[in-house]
Each structure stands twice: as C-alpha cells, then as structure tokens.
Design a protein around this ligand. Structure first.
Ligand code: ASP
Length: 353
C-alpha cells in the first residue's frame, strides 16, 4: 500500500491552529494618553532627590518609552496637552482636555489616560467626571516620586492606568483615578498626604476597586450622576465662571474677604468650620455678597462628612456642598454657573452630582 505524504496534513493542521488563535485573540484596545505634566513626568538631579525636582519635564513619548510593557495591554498613542506642575492647572486647560477627550471617545478610541500632577488631580478628575460625555473609561494617573527617582512609582501607575482605560469592565463608572493599584471614583477621591505614594483616598466612601494582575476589579460604584448623565455641556464654553475659595479660622480678618467680594466673582465657596460654620463677621459679609448676586456655597474644612442645610441658609440664600470638599465644590459651582444663578437649582445640582 502506498504511504500518504504527512507534510500536507501537518501544513493543514498548523494552518488551522494559526487561524484559530488569530480568531481567538481580541484586538488590543486603543488607548490615548493625554499628558499634562506633573511628578510622573518630573526629573530631579539624582535618583535620591525626592522633593524640589522639576515636575512636567519629560514628554508623553518619553513616559511611554519608559514602560515597554504598555504595548501588551493597548495600542497606545499620546498627545501633549500641557507640561506643567498641576499647581499651575487652569480652567482653560480643563476645557481643552475635556473637549479633546469627548472628540477621541466619540471616535474609535476605547479609553483615555490623563497623566497629571497629584496636587490638583482630584479637581481635574471631578471636572472630567462632570463634562466627559461617554461611558468609555477616562483615567487620571500621577506619581509621587519623579521619573528619575529610585523606586519611581510612575511607570507601574501608568501601566495600570492604561490597562484600566483599555478594559470594558471600567466603562460606566465615571472618571477614575488609578494609582498604587487602587481605583478611586472622581467625586470622592482626595489627596491626603504631602509625600506618600498612597496619598489618594476616598475617605468615608472607600475605593471603587483594585487593579489585580493588571486588570480592574470593581466592588462598588458612586450613585451620583456623572459623564453622559450630567447636564453640563462645555462644547461651546471658552471660559469658566470665576469662583473663589475662602478659608475660615479663629479671628479671621475682613480684608481678604472684602477684596474677594470687590473683585465680583460669580461665586464663593467657603471652607467653613465643622458643619460649614462661619465666623460671624464673615457670615455678615457673605450675606451681603449674596445680595450682590454672588453665589455662596458653604463647605467644610474638616475633610469628611456632609455640610448640611440649616434654616439660616434659606434666610441667607446660601447653598451647601453636601460631602464635596471646598476645591471640588468650586468645580461643580463653576459648571453650575454656566447654566443658572438660581440658588434652588444650584442646590439641586449639589444633591445630584
Ligand atoms: N507634586 C506634584 C505632583 O505630584 C506636582 C504637581 O502636582 O504637578 O505631580
């Protein structure tokens, strides 16, 4: 009997295996990194310099080049939106960032990562939470040690942020802040420590999930509205209303508040004492400010807990911030003021977002 040649059979089997493995592998998600600077892009004079370095020194391309493993998690592209320490973040950059994210996510981008300094990251992530109109993931990320430092935390944080941004599991949770393998929600997260890598906490509310083996695992969600469910549209706004923050303390002088009111901001958020309590001389000036058309929001300097409405708020025409700290209340008030000056409406927004 004539033996059948084995070669064509092997070729057929090998071909089938290659074909089926190509079929099985999902294409990598498309993730765009929008770089804004910060310590994650910072450089110091030596590997032991951990403070006093220059934030916002490396470019987006250099950040990506430092993490070769990124290519296994996503098809990554990058754009430089700014290159600053986040203490220099502006409303103008926020608007540019939010618009760019909306354009990218309306197209074939699966997720966006924003590299950002940690100092004001909680404000930026909340701004994006209120202005991005997509369920696709938007993740902000930073570092507490500059890229040049021994045990720099930026590269792993960036890898994890990209893996979250590329994951379908991360859709619909609002804007997220990913650092130290922790996923925090935009509304609650706040910077709690000046130097430690694990600086971001959601305090009373807790984090939303962990990044485990470079995959997001979620345990909870915020019930407050966000992203495509908000009423804010920044597509036609080129400047945010001016809102200032007033800090309260024992025996505060009138000078700073008088100057603030004279500059006619659209709103003032007060970091009050306890449940947003106000020093009586300041309260009187703020009541006058309301009569001049300035929207005043009472918040608290304590760091946790709601600032609640009391009868005197109705009489004075004040709004209360609920659990938002002063800097986040300012973000929401700026956006609220793009829609209305009506106190009841603004209070409703503070109970909604
Ligand atoms: N220390 C800051 C950071 O972590 C500087 C900044 O916020 O840009 O990035």
């Amino acid at each position: 009997m004539k033996r059948q040649p084995l070669l064509p059979l092997c070729v057929l089997i090998a071909g089938f295996c290659v074909f089926s493995s190509v079929q099985a592998a999902d294409p990598l998600p498309k993730v765009t990194i929008l770089a804004t600077g910060g310590t994650i892009a910072g450089s110091g004079g030596s590997s032991t310099q951990l403070t006093g370095y220059k934030p916002g020194d490396l470019t987006a391309e250099q950040l990506i080049a430092a993490v070769p493993g990124l290519k296994d998690f996503a098809e990554v592209s990058a754009e430089q939106i700014a290159n600053i320490g986040s203490y220099d973040m502006t409303g103008e950059i926020w608007l540019k960032l939010a618009r760019r994210i909306n354009t990218l996510l309306a197209g074939n981008t699966d997720g966006v990562v924003v590299t950002h300094g940690t100092d004001t990251q909680e404000e930026t992530v909340y701004f994006l939470n209120l202005t991005v109109k997509s369920k696709k993931p938007v993740v902000t990320v930073g570092a507490m040690r500059p890229a040049t430092a021994i045990s720099a935390d930026g590269p792993l944080n960036l890898l994890q942020a990209v893996s979250v941004a590329g994951s379908k599991n991360a859709r619909g949770h609002g804007a997220l802040l990913v650092m130290n393998s922790q996923i925090n929600g935009a509304r609650e997260v706040t910077k709690t420590n000046t130097l430690q890598p694990e600086t971001f906490r959601s305090n009373d509310f807790g984090l939303l999930g962990y990044v485990v083996n470079n995959k997001p695992v979620f345990y909870r969600d915020s019930l407050r509205k966000h992203t495509q469910d908000t009423e804010f549209d920044i597509s036609k706004i080129d400047k945010l209303p001016k809102v200032e923050i007033l800090y309260t303390y024992v025996d505060a002088g009138d000078e700073a508040l008088n100057a603030m009111i004279a500059a006619k901001p659209a709103g003032i958020v007060v970091a009050g004492m306890g449940n947003g309590s106000l020093y009586t001389p300041q309260r009187k000036l703020l009541e006058e400010a309301v009569k001049k058309g300035i929207v005043v929001v009472r918040s608290s300097r304590t760091g946790t807990g709601p600032t609640t409405r009391v009868a005197a708020d109705d009489a004075a025409g004040f709004v209360v911030s609920d659990t938002l700290n002063a800097q986040k209340a300012r973000v929401l008030l700026m956006l609220a003021l793009t829609k209305t000056k009506d106190i009841k409406e603004i209070q409703r927004m503070f109970e909604t977002y």
